[in-house]
Design a protein around this ligand. Structure first.
Ligand code: ZN
Length: 160
């Protein structure tokens, strides 16, 4: 079973728990990257491409992504939120919702720049490697603070 299917089937619980789940999609924290607020959103169905999603999945994913991004933009230190899909590691279709924090530009990570412009894809890749850890070593308190905030914002907008 794939990683995302394991989370959908509650065989694997990401730090911060399941932030949002309905009959179509699931939103949770990235399981092994220590960047508070780095989220993953996926359809429950194991499909591999955006083109496989049905209208309801697209609608739910878009709605919840907007609320998650809105919440992340209010988190201290977050300057920008990236959204991306790659599917190279886990084939189950998923979008990365990646907060770019101020501190990410303060470090001497020359690799993330092209000239004096930030290269978003490189930054995401660089910090995914740099902050990779094991599920047991995730910064639980920081992550739970952010996931609880997002959960509140979503539940205040979605009824039932
Ligand atoms: Zn899957």
């Amino acid at each position: 079973m794939c990683l995302t299917c394991s989370i959908v089937n509650a065989e694997l619980l990401p730090t911060g728990g399941i932030i949002y789940k309905d009959d179509y999609i699931v939103l949770h924290h990235c399981i092994d990257i220590n960047i508070p607020g780095y989220l993953i959103i996926s359809p429950l169905r194991h499909v591999e491409s955006f083109s496989d999603l049905n209208q309801t999945e697209i609608l739910q994913m878009g709605t919840i992504m907007k609320l998650a991004v809105t919440a992340l933009e209010q988190v201290d230190g977050v300057e920008k939120v990236y959204i991306a899909n790659f599917g190279e590691e886990t084939t189950h279709f998923h979008m990365h919702i990646f907060p770019r924090y101020k501190w990410m530009l303060n470090q001497s990570a020359q690799d993330i720049y092209i000239g004096n412009r930030v290269d978003g894809a490189k930054l995401l890749s660089f910090y995914r490697q740099k902050c990779k850890t094991t599920p047991e070593l995730m910064k639980e308190n920081d992550i739970v603070a952010v996931t609880a905030y997002i959960q509140n914002l979503i539940s205040s907008h979605i009824s039932g």
